[in-house]
Design a protein around this ligand. Structure first.
Ligand code: KIV
Length: 265
């Protein structure tokens, strides 16, 4: 059965922990969908894990839409979350509405995710009122990497922690149906999770969020560089890919592939 934003809220009401994973193409999305992963995020991490940029800043609407359409084609039941890229919504509410609409109309997403607190509240409430569900994102918001001066845990001091907690309440009041908390201390994430009626989805935010999210390449062990402390690798596909490509290369060099089994008579 197709997952809706109501189902996502119901996870929290029932106290049922849930997961979200990122995907960027149809087959990967299909695998997750068939395994019953309820939320698939077409994250703007696309820029780093698929396109080779060193941050999410250069990612465009066209990049995101291209991959959201692919994920949509591979997904039957999961809720597809379209991640609004940097400068697709920060300029004005009008531009944000236009671009969020494109995610639903052209990309086939069921909802959008956007980063930030106070500065996006008007947009969140307009989108919600016109039928575009919004997932918020607070803490380490990677589109602001230049302002943060690097990828650092956010909310370690009282002032920052207070601001994140306040923003979380404001996003809920503006109509967000869920909230990603990235790289914040576990205690702060717990406090925020307990203070909200909408579910929180943590990444580097400890065990007390209502849900957890990981990035495709990270959780499958494909990412070729050192990953953040919060990444658990559930597979070692990077090693498998290296092994497989060497085996192919060596078998062809030795004349072992293709054997009769893999040839037409
Ligand atoms: O872009 C992304 O993949 C994300 C997750 C890390 C939550 O925003």
């Amino acid at each position: 059965m197709a997952i809706t934003v109501r189902d996502v809220r119901a996870f929290k009401e029932r106290g049922e922990k849930f997961v979200m994973l990122t995907a960027y193409d149809a087959f990967s999305a299909q695998l997750l969908d068939e395994e019953g992963i309820p939320l698939i995020l077409v994250g703007d991490t696309l820029g780093m894990v698929m396109l080779g940029y060193d941050s999410t800043v250069p990612v465009t609407m066209e990049d995101q839409l291209h991959h959201t359409k692919a994920v949509r084609r591979g997904t039957k039941n999961a809720l597809v979350v379209g991640d609004m890229p940097f400068m697709s919504y920060q300029g004005s509410v009008t531009e944000g509405i236009h671009n969020a609409g494109r995610f639903l109309k052209e990309g086939g997403a069921n909802c959008v995710k956007l980063e930030g607190g106070e500065s996006v509240l008007d947009l969140v409430s307009r989108l919600t009122s016109i039928g575009i569900p919004v997932m918020g994102h607070l803490g380490l918001t990677p589109q602001s990497v230049n302002a943060f001066g690097g990828y650092r845990v956010q909310g370690r001091d009282d002032e920052q922690a207070h601001k994140i907690a306040e923003d979380a309440k404001s996003l809920e009041a503006a109509g967000a149906f869920s909230l990603v908390l990235e790289a914040v201390p576990a205690g702060l994430a717990k406090e925020i999770t307990e203070s909200l009626s909408i579910p929180t989805i943590g990444i580097g935010a400890g065990p007390d969020c209502d849900g957890q999210v990981l990035v495709w390449h990270d959780f499958l062990g494909i990412t070729p560089y050192r990953t953040a402390k919060f990444v658990k690798k559930y597979a070692s596909l990077g090693d498998d890919i290296r092994r497989a490509s060497n085996a192919f290369k060596d078998e062809v060099a030795r004349g072992e592939f293709p054997s009769e089994e893999y040839s037409y008579e």
